[in-house]
Design a protein around this ligand. Sequence first.
Ligand code: ADP
Ligand code: MG
Length: 397
Amino acid sequence: MRTIDSLGDLSGKKVLVRSDFNVPLDAEKNITDDGRIRAALPTLTRLVKAGAKVVVMAHLGRPKGKVNPDFSLAPVAARLGELLGQNVKLAADTVGEDAHRLAAQVGPGEVVLLENVRFDPRETSKTDSEREELAALYAALADVYVSDGFGVVHRKQASVYDVAKLLPSAAGELVFKEIDSLSKATDNPQRPYTVILGGSKVSDKLGVIDNLIEKADRLLIGGGMAYTFLRAQGYEVGKSLLEEDQIENAKAYLEKAKQKGVEILLPTDNVTAAEFKADAPASVHPADAMPAQEMGLDIGPQTAERYAQAIADSKTIVWNGPMGVFEFEAFAKGTRAVAQAMQDACGFTIVGGGDSAAAVRTLGYDETKFNHISTGGGASLEFLEGKTLPGIAVLED
Ligand code: ADP
Ligand code: MG
């Protein structure tokens, strides 16, 4: 993968950067988690210091190809300016008159931001020629292109894929770090290699399970998906999240794991409640005695302890998907136990998945104690599935 070094001296050069600024906003348009903006800083500060003229493009939300002020990048421009310690001007459009005016005016070491690339339907078009037409307009704004929006590199979109073909292009610091870290799990991982899978559904994670069952030594399963696996083993799961149509798949995975000598750990106890509610009375039950009228909303303390031990014993650990409904404090203990064990682990720790990364932050863990917390939910999953990511492939030599 080509890196920024390959672009040579950037002083006075106009550099078009694709960043991922798709941050959550509250009703007053305040940014509630600026993690993605912070993750873009290494590349942007490097370019600023190199004296480049920086033009940044990004998307926010799903404006569906229409200009819509609700999805304006204005809050991002303001926050980015604060974090960089310099003014960041926002163009009123994406590739229109104002974008051209600002891109023409930007000075060495200055940063301008174009308006939401998804205001233009061509950005995400399935028709190559439409995307290419827009990419040519992006390319006209700069001399070189840096791809740094890791959250979108699995998408064949104009600002991610097509524009990279039109200018000298390279991976930014974030994309480089993401691929470098995630590769530690996919290329010759240090063993024992443990994967913790959770989240709501088995069906969301089929690709990851397929791929990792070939590579990992141990698979720890929690979250909503655990109940389909427990059902596959013949346990009653009460009112827990259950995907009937995935029971056969789950059985096949359990069988395959046995053949490959991969250990699969399932919850031996669960925290259950009668309702999916923050204040629903919670109680702990062994997996073989789940109350028929209740649902499993978290792994139980015995399971949490076993999983923490397995994490402590591993040299490579990948975690995707919360162990329970961590958004409700009463059902966050399993997720906390895994986060704590990862934080304390000696092995190389990777967190992939949007909600898992959010859990680490919102539950108050120290992000710096994890080796890698991916900024791209879908992109990190597809990478771990072994898929080719178009936005990465286009940066290979
Ligand atoms: P990620 O974004 O990290 O890949 P997912 O999107 O797959 O994770 O899953 C996250 C969601 O799964 C969370 O919102 C959490 O509340 C939910 N979840 C976890 N355990 C359960 C459970 N036992 N029942 C229902 N939902 C669950
Ligand atoms: Mg998610």
